[in-house]
Design a protein around this ligand. Sequence first.
Ligand code: L14
Length: 330
Amino acid sequence: MKKYNVAVVGATGMVGRTFLKVLEEKNLPVENYYLFSSARSAGSKIKFMGKEYVVEELTENSFDRGIDIALFSAGGSTSEKFAPIAASKGCIVIDNSSAWRMDPKVPLVVPEVNPQDIEWNNGIIANPNCSTIQAMVALAPLHRKYGIKRVVYSTYQAVSGAGLAGYQDLENGLKGEAPKKFPYPIAGNCLPHIDVFCDNGYTKEEMKMVNETRKILGDDEIRITATTVRVPVFNSHSESINVELKKPFELDEVFELLRNSEGIVVQDDVKNNIYPMAITATGTDATYVGRIRRDESVDNGLNLWVVADNIRKGAATNAVQIAEKIMNKN
Ligand code: L14
């Protein structure tokens, strides 16, 4: 069996450290690991796989040593510049930034949903936005069986999505300190504002959910709208998803379908107060689906409450699962 050389770019960041944690939990056929960061964090020491690694500064020559797969989470501009350099040296980049996601030459992959898209990569594979990933795990089985006509997303997103600085804004905000990352206090507040505003009045985060959903499900006809909201939760995103299906369905059939779908754990026993929550999703790799009920206001309408760890399934785990699929091919 082939052994791989694997790089982690952005190893000292929130997602980067979670890449390392997820990699440690798996037993992948890896020969060597290389950890990279910006000049600012280069030289830091990280304990990984029982060894001490010194984080190297990412440069144009970093990939000149037979690196097969690189997991990138170092921001959009680093990905824009370095992903093509890595790809030109024969490395497959799995990129967690939004830089390449909508490029028609770049597959956008959720392994439970469209693993076949990995095949046509040209050296870069994009990891979708965190909110999109968990929505796709829940919606793809419904789309396959009934067809999706329209989706309304409303998200309740954790501060960890904004990295360590976002996390600290909530921690310090709870002690009464002013925010540094967000434009307003997040403690005791909700901000209908994630990423920057576009000309159409939507945020970029909302438009990512719209466009990435169509690309991953391979269906440009689906009508989609989204409102994405930052809430004072440390980790794991929650989403209310309202769907209009094309075909009629039975509710118990939907329960059965979701229970048997890869990556999903159904938590729906409202008599016993069982439903998905951020605090129980955190630290795990599943996508939790609950509050499954008919939307009586339209034909074939369905409501779901979907929760997942945004740093694990929404970022690091999804990327490592893509890497795993590549490794299992050879
Ligand atoms: O597009 O601030 O991957 O929570 C996801 C997290 C953008 C920012 C992306 C956040 C990022 C977002």
